[in-house]
Design a protein around this ligand. Structure first.
Ligand code: SF4
Length: 220
């Protein structure tokens, strides 16, 4: 995969996240940067830019963002990810969580992944249905503790993108009919493309999957 695969279409507007991704991609193609340096320095910087960009986009929302601390509704949804993000979360969790916390998360990860496998068998090749079954089963994320994210500062991109207006209570409703999501599709697309580029460059794979699946694939 080359830099050409990073989108440069006019639909991609300059923003702190996109600009940082382009700079970092060029640097990585020009010089050898060890994976550990990326996980220790560049990925935290990238996620800080991503959050800065999402926060600034959220300020442009026509209605106030309703997401608040201790609301864990979307922490019972299936979380999609890409290999490099899972690697970053695994690396950060091993550095920041206690041995006891890691043991608990590891056990929960395996339990949740076995539920995901059941849904995959029930609805093969239908990720939308699998996600629906997951949500209807109200399975908490392995990183959820006391209604709080244990990996908040290095949480996945998808968790950062999920912002709603209107009542956050709607997110708990099985049908999700009244959820008013405030979305940033172009930012999300360029973010996913960058993460796939990084996955391919450093891990020789860019196959996406659920976060639980990818974490276990990478030895959590
Ligand atoms: S990673 Fe954190 S924010 Fe994302 S679903 Fe899990 S607990 Fe919630």
């Amino acid at each position: 995969m080359s830099l050409k695969t990073i989108p440069k279409s006019p639909v991609y507007q300059s923003n702190p996240c996109y600009d940082y991704a382009i700079r970092l991609s060029k640097k990585i193609l020009q010089q050898k940067i060890p994976l550990n340096d990326v996980l220790e320095q560049y990925y935290p910087e990238y996620y800080a830019k991503l959050q800065e960009t999402i926060d600034s986009f959220n300020q442009q929302s026509p209605q106030p963002i309703a997401c608040k601390k201790q609301c864990d509704a979307c922490c019972h949804y299936m979380v999609a990810s890409v290999p490099m993000e899972a690697k970053y979360i695994q690396y950060s969790a091993k550095n920041h969580l206690s041995a006891k916390e890691l043991k608990i998360v590891s056990r929960k990860l395996r339990q949740v992944r076995s539920k995901e496998r059941e849904f995959e068998k029930q609805s093969p090749n239908n990720i939308v249905r699998q996600a629906q079954l997951y949500r209807l089963s109200k399975i908490p994320c392995p990183f959820l503790k006391d209604k709080t994210c244990m990996i908040y500062h290095y949480r996945p991109m998808i968790c950062r993108y999920h912002n709603v207006t209107g009542s956050p209570e709607n997110c708990y409703h099985p049908a999700l009919n009244n959820v008013q999501a405030w979305q940033h599709p172009q930012l999300m697309e360029s973010d996913v493309n960058f993460q796939k580029f990084m996955s391919h460059h450093y891990l020789n794979t860019s196959t996406s999957g659920t976060l639980n699946q990818l974490l276990l694939d990478h030895g959590f």
